[in-house]
Structure formats: C-alpha cells, structure tokens
Unconditional design. Structure first.
Length: 224
C-alpha cells in the first residue's frame, strides 16, 4: 500500500466523528487483524485500564474468556471466525519468533551478541536490535535500527556489523578488570555491606527501645 501511495482509514480526534486517511503503519495493520470486528464479531470489554499509586494509567488486554460481551457472526466480516483464530495463532508465533523486535532496553536474549539491548542508534536515538548472520561458518551479530522499516515500511536507519564492536568492548573490559580495580571494587562492596549492617543494627536497637519504654501516664496523673 505504501508504494502506490494508498492510504488507510483511521479515526480522527475523539469527538469529531470523522475518518482520517493516512499511510498504513504496522501498528494499524496489527490492530485491524487483532480486532474481532474484522471477522464479523461484536465484543465489549476487551481492555482493562487502571491507575497505580502514582496516578499513572495502565492498560491491559484481557483474554477472550474475560471479555464482558462477545457474539460471533454478528455482522458480515472480511474473514471467517475460524480464519481469524488461525491468523491470531500465526501472529503470535511470528511475534515470538521475532523475539520482540523494537523492544526497550532489557535483559539479553539468546545469541552471542555482547551488547544486546544496549546499543543506541546515533541517528535517531532508538535502541538497536540484533540480527544474526552466518559468516565463515560462525554466527555473527549485526546491530540494526529498523523500527521505521517494521512499522512504516521505510528504509532501515542503519545497520552495523557487530563482531568488531563486540571484540573492542571485550578487550576494553579485560583491560579494565585489573587486580587493582578488583581490589577497589571489593573494598567498596565491603563498605556498602558494613554500612547496611550498621544501619540494620541501629534500627533494631531503636525498635527494641521503643518496645521497652512504658506508655506515658501523664494524662491519667493529671486526672487523678
């Protein structure tokens, strides 16, 4: 749809009741494919929202058995309900296979890349994902910034071979982990641990003193 310049309908700002037209994004395509109305079903209560103690709003999609209302074949759909369920299964498998592309910084996933989830694109500031290639019979990482390609069908922002970067970082780490650096790190750790233990002892002593102190009887003495 992007190459011929076709646009996709989208809701205008809330309350206007108008339909806007814009280039199709990956998110819009996925929202459409996940929507039961695409298969002729009517549903209500697919999402749950709440605010935490800090006032931040959260939204969570509920499993189908927890929807408030659901009716299949409520109107004509683009696909059958059976095809919709099959598409849902395939989309889930594709998402798991992509290992959550475009995710935020997080724990490293499977693979030999040293900097998974840590490399930031200098052009756009996004977290770069990892793609693996077989080079000379070995699995080699590439750090890729391709969120716009995935979401909007645009060109890849940049792609950097990761083998040389990983080797340079490994060498830097090895040079930094000297006996002196380890000794200093251990000393700092001991100081932090001793400070924590000291604070714990003080708090324990204060609690014991508070329990041992008898309640104040001033008000009773005055009444007497």
């Amino acid at each position: 749809m992007l190459e011929p310049g076709l646009k996709f309908p989208d809701h205008a700002p809330a309350g206007t009741g108008e339909i806007g037209w814009q280039p199709l994004t990956s998110r819009q395509a996925l929202d459409t494919l996940h929507n039961p109305r695409y298969a002729g079903a009517f549903s209500h209560g697919r999402w749950r929202s709440w605010k935490d103690a800090e006032g931040k709003r959260h939204t969570q999609e509920l499993p189908r058995e927890q929807w408030r209302f659901f009716k299949a074949n409520a109107h004509a759909g683009y696909v059958s309900w059976e095809q919709y369920l099959e598409n849902e299964k395939r989309l889930l498998e594709n998402f798991q296979g992509a290992a959550g592309a475009g995710r935020k910084v997080g724990p490293p996933r499977e693979g030999p890349a040293l900097l998974q989830g840590l490399v930031v694109c200098r052009k756009c500031g996004r977290i770069m994902s990892v793609r693996y290639q077989l080079r000379q019979g070995k699995l080699a990482p590439d750090y890729v910034c391709d969120l716009d390609k995935l979401m909007k069908g645009q060109k890849t922002c940049q792609r950097i071979p990761g083998t040389g970067i990983d080797q340079a970082i490994s060498q830097l780490l090895m040079e930094s982990v000297t006996p002196l650096a380890l000794e200093v790190a251990l000393q700092v750790q001991d100081e932090i641990q001793n400070s924590g233990e000291s604070l714990t002892r003080k708090l324990t002593s204060m609690k014991r003193s508070k329990k041992a102190t008898p309640p104040c009887r001033t008000s009773r003495a005055r009444r007497a």
